[in-house]
Design a protein around this ligand. Structure first.
Ligand SMILES: O=C(CO)[C@@H](O)[C@H](O)COP(=O)(O)O
Ligand SMILES: [Fe+2]
Length: 222
């Protein structure tokens, strides 16, 4: 059976000063996870927040905290994020750290392990670590990491398709520019975890915006 459809709204598009309320709004609207974009101003030219803010948010929600680390030194974040209450630890395969060790450390800390690919990084970059069974989720970036509100790159779909064919059971996440106009391409390629920032938080009907994404993934899996 294909992995379940999961919608993970990105709080990057929310009002950070009201993060707990924004999280509640999307969870009440049918979201499965909360996507938390951790940027260090070095791996990407933008700076957001780290474990202290995740810890504050975790006090206000029981939701699954899906952390996307756009940082140069993800190893420094394993224990702080675990202590903060994070559930998914997704780091970029492009960093200069041992990916297998990072996955093992994330899992040993009780989190799931995810690996992310920038648009220019081929699927093959994660084959060894996925073949070794160390990965719970592969994140295929459909924009250059760093900012919300960018245009979806449909040319990433062959990468999603190749990963889905090779790994039928793994969670495959797509992130960047997902919304009603692009979900079909991602869902048919085989993505099952959908990150959406602007299209969810910018909608005046949040439950509908989430349902459109989830229903497309469920329909494509049939
Ligand atoms: O990781 C990132 C950006 O680097 C994303 O999670 C964005 O926050 C997605 O935003 P939208 O493209 O959906 O507005
Ligand atoms: Fe993200």
């Amino acid at each position: 059976m294909a992995p379940a459809a999961i919608v993970s709204p990105s709080l990057l598009a929310s009002d950070f000063a009201r993060m707990a309320d924004e999280a509640k709004k999307v969870i009440d609207g049918g979201a499965d996870w909360l996507h938390l974009d951790i940027m260090d101003g070095h791996f990407v030219p933008n700076l957001t927040f780290g474990a202290p803010v995740v810890k504050c948010l975790a006090k206000h929600t029981d939701a699954f905290l899906d952390c996307h680390l756009m940082v140069t030194n993800p190893g420094d974040y394993v224990e702080p994020l675990k202590d903060a209450g994070a559930h998914m630890f997704t780091f970029h395969i492009e960093v200069d750290e041992d990916a297998a060790v990072l996955c093992d450390r994330a899992r040993a800390a009780g989190m799931k392990a995810g690996v992310a690919l920038k648009p220019g990084t081929p699927a093959e970059a994660v084959h060894a670590i996925c073949d070794a069974g160390k990965v719970d989720m592969v994140l295929v970036m459909t924009v250059e990491p760093g900012f919300g509100g960018q245009k979806f790159q449909p040319e990433m779909m062959p990468k999603v398709k190749a990963l889905r064919e090779r790994y039928p059971q793994i969670d495959i996440q797509v992130d960047g520019g997902l919304g009603p106009a692009t979900i079909e391409a991602a869902a048919t390629a085989g993505a099952n975890v959908i990150v959406a920032g602007s299209s969810v938080f910018g909608s005046d009907d949040v439950p509908k915006a989430i349902a459109v994404l989830k229903d497309a993934v469920t329909a494509a899996a049939k």
